[in-house]
Design a protein around this ligand. Structure first.
Ligand code: ZN
Length: 404
């Protein structure tokens, strides 16, 4: 993750930061009476800081909480007027941008298809045009944006704050994303890899809301993992934690974009699924896939899902193969991290129920029983919005932190 210093901190101290984070929870406004216990400070301290946040326009009252026996406490939330953040979700083949209130409501969202290989200047130029359009629609200006959160499909070096040898993104190596936004946005620019950002989104507003330890796995053009440990994103020393796509699953397997052989990504991501499907079509093992190849000249991963839903045996086997490979790597992670939830997202996640079923049975079959006694393996609840939601979380957390 890379950050730029805030010119003027939004919150003044640790208690204010904690109040804002709790008020930002996806469940909606929080009862004021719960704050002292949740934060671990006195009622009078909470009162004083709520008053200050309220005067700054960052907190507002939203009626009264249910009575717990005594006097009814007020509900506190973040008003839309507190400010907005910009969220950017870059994928290998698409960009999504959104304006989100500091409280977490998506005000406007737009996406378009791109090729990330076009390089940072063209792609980030498109992002800025889309953001300007959204700001115009909201009658807002770029200087009103409190922070920008960006998810990017490559490894982001935490300490140096740059992209580090992104295999699928020639031209992006060592590129400083923040510099591209500096002229228009006088705000912190926070960048993290796309899967970490999706994990943040799913943890804040998706199926991971209730858990503190979870794994998010993205299966798309590439494969990656995001680790939430004890309620926080775990990035590791260089920001590479969770980069499961380059774990070797077949020493003599196909060459991966990283240069090694037999990485999980080279064996089970969308291009690998398409490659296996095309071979099946050429060898006429699958009449459905052969028809797709004859009509279109290529076979894509989602064609395999459709063929499988029609009962095509070979298409189903390709999906099961992918599920088994991902499941084996996840079983190792389950033994290492002992999470309470695994969430599967990304473009390939919805290829068919058989993928999730195969991942589940492999994880359960290859992990120690104590670790999987209560371990749901589920599809992303936010689906295509996971990246945008997480970029909004990254942006908001960037302005709600303080050293005080
Ligand atoms: Zn690799």
């Amino acid at each position: 993750m890379e950050t730029r210093e805030l010119a003027r901190p939004l919150v003044q101290n640790r208690v204010q930061a904690a109040i804002m984070r709790i008020a930002r929870a996806e469940e909606g406004p929080v009862s004021r009476s719960k704050l002292p216990r949740l934060i671990g400070v006195s009622r009078s301290k909470v009162s004083m800081e709520v008053q200050r946040l309220s005067e700054a326009g960052l907190i507002a009252e939203y009626g009264l909480a249910e009575s717990d026996g005594g006097r009814r406490s007020s509900l506190l939330g973040i008003p839309p007027s507190a400010g907005l953040v910009a969220a950017v979700d870059l994928g290998a083949t698409s960009i999504d941008v959104a304006l989100i209130t500091l409280g977490g409501e998506i005000l406007a969202h737009r996406g378009e298809s791109v090729d990330i290989k076009d390089g940072p200047r063209i792609i980030l130029g498109r992002v800025k045009v889309r953001l300007e359009e959204l700001l115009g629609e909201q009658s807002a200006e770029s200087r009103e944006v409190l922070s920008v959160g960006i998810g990017i499909p490559g490894p982001v070096e935490h300490a140096a704050g740059v992209l580090r040898s992104p295999h699928i993104m020639p031209g992006w190596d060592r590129f400083l994303i923040q510099d591209a936004f500096a002229a228009e946005y006088a705000a912190p620019i926070l960048v993290d890899n796309d899967v970490n950002v999706m994990a943040l989104g799913e943890h804040w507003g998706g199926v991971g809301r209730e858990v503190d330890n979870m794994l998010f796995v993205k299966i798309g053009t590439g494969i990656g993992g995001g680790i939430i440990a004890d309620g926080c994103l775990y990035r590791g020393v260089q920001g590479c934690a969770g980069d499961i796509g380059h774990i070797c699953v077949e020493p003599d397997g196909p060459v991966c974009s990283c240069g090694n052989k037999g990485c999980l990504e080279a064996m089970a991501a969308a291009p690998a699924i398409a490659r296996k499907a095309e071979r099946c079509a050429r060898e006429e093992l699958s009449p459905t896939l052969a028809r797709v190849l004859a009509e279109r000249g290529e076979v894509r991963a989602n064609d395999v899902g459709e063929a499988a839903s029609l009962g095509d045996y070979h298409a189903l086997e390709i999906i099961r193969d992918c599920g088994r490979l991902v499941g084996r790597v996840l079983a190792t992670l389950v033994s290492t991290l002992n999470p309470s939830l695994i969430v599967i997202g990304g473009g390939v996640a919805n290829i068919g129920h058989s993928l999730l079923a195969e991942i589940r049975s492999t994880v359960y079959g290859r992990s120690v029983p104590q670790a999987t006694r209560s371990l749901p393996v589920v599809l992303s609840g936010l689906d295509r919005l996971a990246g945008i939601t997480g970029a909004g979380v990254l942006a908001a957390e960037g302005v709600l932190q303080t050293g005080g």
